[in-house]
Write a protein that binds this ligand. Sequence first.
Ligand code: ZN
Length: 213
Amino acid sequence: MVGNRSSSSLKTRFNQLLDCLYPHICIGCGEIGTALCERCMQGCAQELRVLTVDWGVVESGYSYDYPLIQQVVHALKEQGLPRAAAELVARCGYSLKPGTCFIPVPIARKRLVARGYNQSEVLAMELAGQCNGFVARHALIRVGSSQQRGKARNERLAANLSIRRGLPIPHAAPEYVLVDDVITTGTTLATCAQLLQEGGIKVSRGVTLAFAP
Ligand SMILES: [Zn+2]
């Protein structure tokens, strides 16, 4: 299945869905009425970083060093509260071409079931909504077990990535952009880019909400 074409109306519906599903309590200060209040939002010092990698560039909006960013990522990945992260990624100011295809880094099925969503897909949806782009949510998958002894965690995760047979991505997008929540070593994004390149999709850009120095 080709990823959903997003539009501003889809973004609106998506935000409405988030509004219904998740309470509006500021992650930073507990203020009721917003997932991340304006005061806390201002406190998340943006440090847009452009990291040059051997397959392209990765742009990240915020340093993971900041406790509030850690709280936002924790809420996104562990507490089922993705809205603050979605609002922050919307403020990153990435230069997005209209019609861009966003490809979220996949998570293991077990985690997807437990979490109820792929956090990278939530961020990709937000970005797609900003540029009338779309999300190829089934392009990459996690396969096999992550229980491989003797390897670093990021290497195990990267080793379990695979491209979906029949690669469900249209070939007409002006740009293909990988999306992840946090970049640490960059191994996972590099593996995703390589898999897509082998599938005939040229990916030379990735965006993440945060970077871990
Ligand atoms: Zn607040």
